[in-house]
Ligand binder design. Structure first.
Ligand code: C2E
Ligand code: MG
Ligand code: MG
Ligand code: MG
Length: 279
């Protein structure tokens, strides 16, 4: 808008705009301090094998907790961090915390439980992202097959050659790769076929459509078929009911994650859960 009005008007005083800008600035500064003040942690959400009911892994999800105990939802601070670049150091921190979680799982006698980390497009675009990722896992002596990389379908789109090369590098190093929120983007099926992904995660929107008499499970069904055709595993996100879990199992989706099984929880609680389920 300002552009079309000419340079002078760009300088015009707009109190609302200023308030918004200043609030955004304050929030960014808070997030910066939060990162350096150890207010960023992770929670783990169990991923289960629907046939056996066993926990096979967990997704690491970033959490921002203020010193007074207030929690700021990822839906608020992750987009902010993506806009101001702080997602790069936050992602680094999450990776370290995920490696520490894997160390504790191994020490606790659960050496086969994997942990997935979310990687944003901005991180992928960093020149040395892959080298750093590999080096971090190596420093913690993590078996690569236990540390999964999640990128959203949308993030995987475009600039296929560069991203494909990067993901192939990670895959060649042994890290599983999951395409997150699958079904919400518009990825080209031709490119999907050439992606070195190991898992498609059905976005929870399509899982929520699964109910006894809705007949709206078409997309979930289609993604399961696509995964089978591409020789990828399929994991359903946001499973909230027995009915959905049952439907998925009957339709050959073998892995799931969602409130029906477990909410994201601190590492201690997750280990406690493992001790019970795997007893
Ligand atoms: P996501 O990667 O798709 O993670 C799954 C989200 O769904 C999580 O939200 C999880 O708590 C929520 N969820 C799990 N099961 C259910 C369910 O049964 N029902 C419903 N309604 N929701 C469920 P959360 O933790 O709020 O995170 C939101 C998003 O923020 C994540 O979506 C991811 O895109 C982003 N995010 C979180 N942590 C990180 C991170 O460390 N790095 C990056 N780049 N993004 C992150
Ligand atoms: Mg995810
Ligand atoms: Mg998701
Ligand atoms: Mg998501």
């Amino acid at each position: 808008r300002a552009q079309s009005r000419g340079a002078i008007e760009i300088l015009a005083y707009e109190p609302e705009l200023e308030a918004e800008t200043s609030q955004r600035f304050t929030r960014s500064r808070d997030l910066y301090r939060a990162l350096h003040g150890n207010e960023i942690s992770i929670e783990l959400q169990a991923q289960v094998d629907l046939r056996s009911g066993r926990i096979i892994g967990a997704e690491a999800l970033a959490r921002w907790t203020r010193p007074d105990g207030t929690r700021i939802p990822p839906g608020e601070f992750i987009p902010m961090a993506e806009a101001n670049g702080l997602i790069v150091p936050i992602g680094r921190q999450v990776l370290h915390l995920a490696c520490q979680a894997l160390e504790r799982l191994r020490a606790g006698g659960f050496p086969d439980i994997s942990v997935a980390v979310n990687v944003s497009p901005l991180q992928l675009g960093q020149r040395n992202f892959m080298q750093e990722f590999i080096a971090t896992a190596r420093d913690y002596r993590i078996s690569p097959e236990l540390l999964e990389v999640e990128i959203t379908e949308t993030a995987a789109m475009g600039d296929y050659e560069a991203k494909g090369q990067l993901l192939r590098g990670l895959r060649d190093a042994g890290f599983p790769i999951a395409i997150d929120d699958f079904g919400t983007g518009y990825s080209s099926l031709a490119h999907l076929r050439s992606m070195p992904a190991t898992t498609l995660k059905i976005d929870r929107h399509f899982v929520s459509e699964i109910s006894a008499n809705s007949g709206e499970h078409m997309i979930a069904d289609m993604i399961i078929g696509l995964g089978r055709g591409l020789d990828m595993q399929v994991l359903a996100e946001g499973v909230e009911s027995q009915e959905q879990a049952q439907w998925l199992l009957e339709h050959s989706c073998m892995q799931a994650q969602g409130y029906f099984f477990a909410r994201p929880e601190p590492l201690d609680a997750f280990i406690q859960r493992l001790s019970i389920v795997h007893a």
